[in-house]
Design a protein around this ligand. Structure first.
Ligand SMILES: Nc1nc2c(c(=O)[nH]1)N[C@H]1C(S)=C(S)[C@@H](COP(=O)(O)OP(=O)(O)OC[C@H]3O[C@@H](n4cnc5c(=O)[nH]c(N)nc54)[C@H](O)[C@@H]3O)O[C@H]1N2
Ligand SMILES: Nc1nc2c(c(=O)[nH]1)N[C@H]1C(S)=C(S)[C@@H](COP(=O)(O)OP(=O)(O)OC[C@H]3O[C@@H](n4cnc5c(=O)[nH]c(N)nc54)[C@H](O)[C@@H]3O)O[C@H]1N2
Ligand SMILES: [Mo]
Length: 761
């Protein structure tokens, strides 16, 4: 079992090719790569048809990431990796009854994640009966009846768990949470629990809203942009355009990252070649190679220096914030040596950062998983808030916090109710709209759900998208936990490992993707999504669905609702015309008044955001809060390293598009372990040596075999490997304080070479 749950690619060291790390992102290779992916997977016509509609006002929202669209759009409003996401969704539907007839689940488990995804779209609903070796077809009606009867026979509603991944539209997510709450539980874990949960928690406590406060236009008015723990060249390529434009208007950029990520060095917009402009733009003015987990120390250093220089906005602090005195005295007591040791950054560089902060009248701080997936994820983000508060950089044009979201609608899903720990005021409003009583007890998040499955107290797991098994930590253990569940249902577009490691009975229910036409009884529908900056807008697919066997996510939820709780909503007429769902959202959600009307504006509308709109903070005192946190313990025992799990350029989370990581110069193999060359020489390791990794957490060990060493510019004692292959090393109990996010960027490990470990056994 252990060998087959981790999605490994075959360890063939000969297939690994190493090339020079790229210094410029995008450019011609990116344009070629996106066209090639498209044409190979969906043919020329669909490539042109689909790519010209990505992120257009009347087109569909790119399923790639949550980066917003500019008001004045070109006809190429997509990036290389967005194009890959589109091509991947628009692939032919070949995963059908005959596919499953030819491949048993056991056979499929021996295939890599890359192979599974490349088989094409799932064409029809399938069921894996208890003890069966193969999936067999099931009619939609029967599938709904079987699910409803499993849910109805549960002893209590809490024995059902309902996961959501962040591609789900607002309409589908809203109906889904209504159904789950009507069933009597708040068990609504989502991918956000593993992603920006730390950001939401950190910001709600300090500035009164769990979202970013900047708009795309702010980038054009900023003096300084900090990009912390984020790799936009790969994960948010369109952000590079915003950074380039900001640069042209005079902004400075600082990148804070253990790795010198290519996208932050130089950037070339592929479109510029058409206008004869061949120059690339240098992006980061300063790269600060902080140690993994060293950001809190670094930020404290910068703030200590700003205090020493008296480069702070005392008016803002006095009128808009509280708890500054406690903050100031704690920072004064913090010693410099620990700051330098823990961050791995010299005082001169810290001064340089502080000077750039002091010179800026408008600073934006962007971040992503490099901050959130740490034990102190919430605290370190609150240090970012402290830094901005010191200079008054909230509620001012060109300034603010910018957590850069991942999945294209992860922020919207939370706004409309995918939330396992909803606030009282949120539920009161929801009850006003839905007109039924909602339970108050908080539900399971992702990690709690796995614990519950492990304990055997979950009968039904339904996943609205995503890949629960591979995205979550501790893979072999999570696999076992899932196998305790009675029925697991995956609502999916593409084949993944969660279809193969299942509950006693399992179903795959295939749905329409973002790019496809959604026709209901009253005609073609559109859905709505919210981007990373709180803009809500329409998304409408234009491609012919890849199979007649597909239904839409909202309709799927409505069919279940009709069977399980027909009295609470008129489920089916809601989905005849999605305007009815949106009318319901208008009365059930704050800020959604006249939703149908406002969302029809070509660029959508902005949700309320008090810090941005009026410089107000909706905290209990109406002021933004300075917070004090002690530094996390980042000292490593001798011979231990810290491992971060990161994304390659050819993947979308657990979906592996290819085996290359072009910018980092790694080709043909994903089982690589990036290591500092000095550490390699200290431990007698050479390039392409193969090692086994053991992670250590509170006396427990987890093992992962066969990783190929690749020398890389990474701080000493720091290592990096790709997610999801490395997830078997992430301990389920190792989570962030308050947000409970798995610490996927801080895994303490030792390395052994396979020959030694054989001797040990
Ligand atoms: N093409 C593509 N686009 C995507 C995704 C994808 O998989 N593929 N995933 C989407 C999703 S869901 C998300 S959440 C985002 C993720 O976007 P990112 O957060 O950019 O993704 P990661 O690869 O996890 O990269 C984290 C970065 O943090 C750095 N880092 C790690 N530890 C630390 C630390 O302790 N301190 C600092 N300062 N830096 C650190 C790493 O070197 C790396 O550059 O991207 C979204 N967009
Ligand atoms: N070690 C480690 N673990 C991590 C991370 C990390 O950095 N390191 N990152 C975490 C983060 S930030 C996130 S967001 C999670 C991601 O966790 P998930 O969101 O659960 O995972 P994805 O890989 O994005 O899900 C891919 C699957 O979604 C389905 N899918 C795609 N589009 C659609 C659609 O339109 N509708 C439906 N119904 N299904 C669709 C396809 O079947 C595809 O196989 O992983 C987390 N796990
Ligand atoms: Mo994410």
């Amino acid at each position: 079992m252990k060998e087959s749950v981790d999605g490994r690619t075959p360890l063939d060291t000969n297939r690994l090719r190493l090339s020079k790390v790229k210094s410029t992102a995008a450019g011609v290779p990116a344009a070629i790569s996106s066209m090639n992916h498209g044409i190979r997977k969906m043919g020329v016509t669909r490539t042109v048809q689909s790519l010209l509609m990505v992120n257009q006002k009347h087109g569909f929202d790119c399923p790639g990431c949550a980066w917003p669209d500019p008001d004045h759009r070109t006809s190429f409003e997509f990036c290389e990796n967005g194009a890959k996401a589109v091509a991947d969704e628009a692939m032919k539907a070949k995963v059908n009854a005959s596919f499953f007839e030819h491949h048993s689940v056991a056979d499929l488990l021996n295939q890599s994640d890359y192979w599974l995804n490349s088989q094409g779209r799932i064409a029809q609903p399938m069921i894996l009966e208890s003890n069966a070796t193969h999936y067999t077809p099931i009619e939609w009606d029967d599938a709904f009846k079987r699910i409803a009867s499993s849910i109805e026979s549960m002893e209590s509603p809490e024995r059902g768990v309902y996961y959501t991944s962040g591609r789900t539209s607002n309409e589908a997510a809203f109906l889904y949470q209504a159904l789950v709450r009507a069933l009597g539980t708040n068990n609504l874990p989502d991918c956000s629990n593993m992603c920006h949960e730390s950001s939401g928690k950190a910001l709600t406590q300090t500035i009164g809203i769990g979202k970013g406060t900047v708009h795309l236009e702010d980038f054009n008015h900023s003096d300084l942009i900090l990009v912390i723990g984020q790799n936009p060249g790969t994960n948010h390529p369109r952000m590079l355009t915003a950074l380039r434009d900001a640069k042209k208007k005079g902004a400075k950029i600082i990148s804070i990252n253990p790795l010198p990520e290519t996208g932050l060095k130089r950037f070339k917009h592929p479109q510029d070649y058409m206008t004869g402009d061949v120059k690339s733009t240098q992006l980061a003015d300063l790269h600060v190679p902080v140690r993994i987990g060293g950001d809190a120390a670094l930020l404290k250093g910068v703030m200590k220096q700003l205090l020493a220089m008296d480069a702070i906005d005392r008016n803002f602090i006095a009128s808009k914030t509280e708890s500054f005195e406690e903050f100031e005295s704690a920072l004064t007591a913090q010693n410099w040596q620990q700051i330098v040791d823990d961050s791995g950054i010299d005082r001169e560089v810290i001064h340089e950062v502080a000077q750039m902060c002091a010179d800026s009248k408008a600073t934006i701080a962007c971040w992503a998983m490099g901050l959130t997936q740490h034990k102190n994820g919430v605290a370190v983000i609150q240090e970012v808030v402290n830094l901005l508060l010191l200079g008054g950089h909230l509620g001012r044009p060109g300034a603010g916090v910018c957590p850069v979201r991942g999945h294209s609608n992860v922020q919207g899903d939370r706004t409309v109710g995918i939330w396992e720990a909803p606030s009282e005021s949120f539920l009161v409003k929801m009850e006003q709209g839905l007109k039924f009583e909602i339970p108050r007890k908080h539900g399971y998040d992702v990690v709690h759900s796995i614990h519950a499955m492990e304990k055997g107290v979950v009968d039904v797991l339904i996943c609205m998208g995503g890949n629960f098994l591979s995205a979550t930590p501790d893979t072999p253990r999570t696999a076992k936990a899932i196998q305790n569940v009675g029925l697991t249902v995956q609502i999916s577009t593409k084949l993944n490992r969660s279809h193969l490691v299942t509950g006693k009975t399992a179903m795959i229910l295939p749905v329409l993707g973002r790019t496809e036409k959604d026709v209901q009884s009253t005609g073609e529908q559109f859905v709505t999504v919210e981007n990373s900056m709180g803009v809500v807008h329409r998304s409408k697919g234009n491609l012919k669905p890849v199979s007649n066997g597909l239904i839409s996510e909202p309709y799927l939820v409505a069919r279940l609702g009709q069977l399980l709780c027909p009295d609470v909503l008129d489920w089916i007429s809601c989905t005849d015309n999605y305007d009815a769902i949106r009318d319901l959202m208008s009365t059930s959600l704050y800020g959604f008044e006249h939703y149908n009307e406002r969302v029809r504006k070509p660029s959508g509308f902005l949700l309320p955001n008090p810090p941005r709109d009026s410089g107000q903070f909706s905290t209990s005192t109406g002021k933004a809060l300075f917070t004090v946190h002690s530094l996390p313990n980042v000292t490593l025992p001798q011979d231990r390293f810290v491992l971060m799990t990161i994304r390659s350029h050819d993947q979308y989370n657990t979906t592996i598009y290819g085996l290359h990581d072009r910018y980092r110069g790694v080709h043909g193999n994903r089982r690589v372990l990036f290591m500092n060359a000095l550490d390699m020489s200290q431990y007698g390791l050479k390039t392409r040596d193969v090692v086994d990794i053991t992670s250590h957490f509170q006396g427990t060990k987890r093992h992962s075999k066969q990783w190929i060493i690749v020398p890389y510019e990474i701080p000493r004692k720091n290592l990096a490997a790709y997610f999801p292959e490395a997830n078997e090393l992430v301990p389920l109990e190792s989570t962030a304080i308050i947000s409970n996010t798995p610490t996927s960027k801080w895994i303490e490990v030792t390395l052994t070479n396979p020959a030694d470990s054989l001797e040990e056994e």
